[in-house]
Design a protein around this ligand. Sequence first.
Ligand code: ATP
Length: 225
Amino acid sequence: MANDSLVSLNNAVKQFTDGVEEHSVLSDCHLKIEAGSSTALMGASGSGKSTLMNIIAGFEPLNAGQLYLEGQDTTNWHDKQWSNFRIHKLGVVFQQFNLLTPLNVRQNIAFPLSLEGRGWHDWCDYLVETLGLVSLLDRHVAALSGGQQQRVAIARALASQPKLLLADEPTGNLDEQSGLEVMELLSTITNQGNTAVVLVTHSAECASFMQSRLQLINGQLYEAS
Ligand SMILES: Nc1ncnc2c1ncn2[C@@H]1O[C@H](COP(=O)(O)OP(=O)(O)OP(=O)(O)O)[C@@H](O)[C@H]1O
């Protein structure tokens, strides 16, 4: 069944095997993410939140069910279609930053643009100004604090104005104050760029920055308060 949602997961089943037995992570799971929306994904440790993000990004295949991205069934997508989606439509922020440490801040932010054959543009100026990175552009990322590195990671993920941002515990390594500042910036920028956000978090306070909150319990998603 095709649809107009940015992300649509239908009857999703995901299992892992440890060589002895199968562990069910998603069972008949449904999810819809609309363009420009923001969603917090919560749930107990080990409930499958990161797995769900990896499925949406195409890093993990489903065992059954369908994933539609922008109305297209991804079931038979090859590497080229996945990399096309990741380069042009997707931004990802990881808890561990995953910055390119030999490079400086400007080069890190420009890296995803280079994959698209593009260079620095006005939106990048907006990002670095909003994220307070202007004076750090020529610094090597390894020399930055955790909070500064996380702001670089956000700028990099949003440099090509993706339709979808997947952020897996992006404030998990920050102190509470820096975490809330990062959340505020992330909300402002994604609103401005009309980017849909899916945020994995254990923090109710971080989740409150999102328009809706979902809880992953026993392989299925439920509306949380
Ligand atoms: N590649 C894999 N191979 C085998 N099992 C895996 C793999 N990836 C995840 N799992 C298992 O799937 C379950 C869900 O893991 P996942 O990392 O998605 O949970 P999570 O909700 O993100 O946890 P946390 O909040 O602790 O980060 C866990 O039992 C985990 O051990």
